[in-house]
Design a binder for this molecule. Structure first.
Ligand code: ATP
Ligand code: AMP
Ligand code: MG
Length: 206
């Protein structure tokens, strides 16, 4: 039986657009740097976007989920492979890889897995964090953040449905590689609390 594990701790941080993954992982970075830990934090969407913009498919990152599924699939597969290669090069043995990404993507043709079998078996997470907040709070964060275009995600009810989809998608992915699901609340005004919980998780997995 294959054991899907890396020689370094691997944590995938998921959550619906605007819940605060990138913000919380910024705090995780500060905490791990202060401890002198060996780690690598990567954003899955950055890998996809650098390729998608290079080939002229999109101008900004929020356009990618509107591309035809086949193109998203190609970008997704490329990103997973590149992240694994970068992590193997940068970390080798030990340390921790944290991946900022999504368990589900809301596309024009339906809810689409962010961590399908090929991707989750490439990344080999020990644990998948489900970063959550109430749908009303997420909507407010999306509206406040003028750097991104998240209006296609919809209103409170649409976000509630996406949160449900994100939970089931994360568990489905976890089952494929025997990863744990670790829910973390991103409390308004206190992203460092969520970051501390993720740092504790990494330490327990080590
Ligand atoms: P995406 O999936 O679209 O990249 P994300 O989950 O990475 O979204 P962020 O960009 O980190 O979300 O956060 C969205 C907005 O919410 C930002 O303006 C950020 O400053 C704000 N935010 C994040 N966490 C909190 C928090 N705990 N309290 C208040 N505001 C927050
Ligand atoms: P983010 O900044 O995290 O929202 O990432 C930008 C975009 O990259 C997302 O809106 C998706 O279109 C895409 N993306 C990120 N992670 C994945 C994934 N695991 N699978 C498919 N698309 C992804
Ligand atoms: Mg982000």
């Amino acid at each position: 039986m294959a054991v899907y594990r890396n020689p370094f701790v691997t944590v995938i941080v998921t959550g619906v657009p605007g819940v605060g993954k990138t913000t919380v992982l910024g705090k995780v970075r500060e905490m791990l740097e202060a401890e002198g830990a060996k780690f690598l934090i990567v954003n899955f969407g950055d890998y996809m976007f650098s390729e998608a913009s290079r080939v002229g498919w999109v101008r900004h990152r929020d356009e990618m989920r509107h591309l035809p599924l086949l193109r998203q699939l190609q970008l997704q597969g490329m990103a997973a492979k590149a992240i694994r290669e970068d992590a193997e090069k940068r970390l080798g043995e030990g340390g921790a890889l944290l991946v900022d990404t999504h368990a589900v993507i809301k596309t024009a043709t339906g809810y689409w897995p962010g961590l399908p079998e090929a991707v989750v078996k490439e990344l080999r997470p020990d644990s998948i964090v489900l970063l959550e907040a109430p749908p009303e709070v997420i909507l407010e964060r999306q509206r406040r953040d003028k750097t991104r275009v998240r209006s296609d995600i919809g209103g409170v009810e649409a976000i509630r449905e996406l949160l449900d989809m994100a939970r089931v998608a994360a568990m489905a992915s976890a089952v494929l590689v025997s990863a744990s699901i670790f829910p973390v609340e991103n409390v308004e005004g206190r992203p460092e609390e969520a970051a501390s919980r993720i740092v504790e998780l990494v330490k327990r997995l080590r």
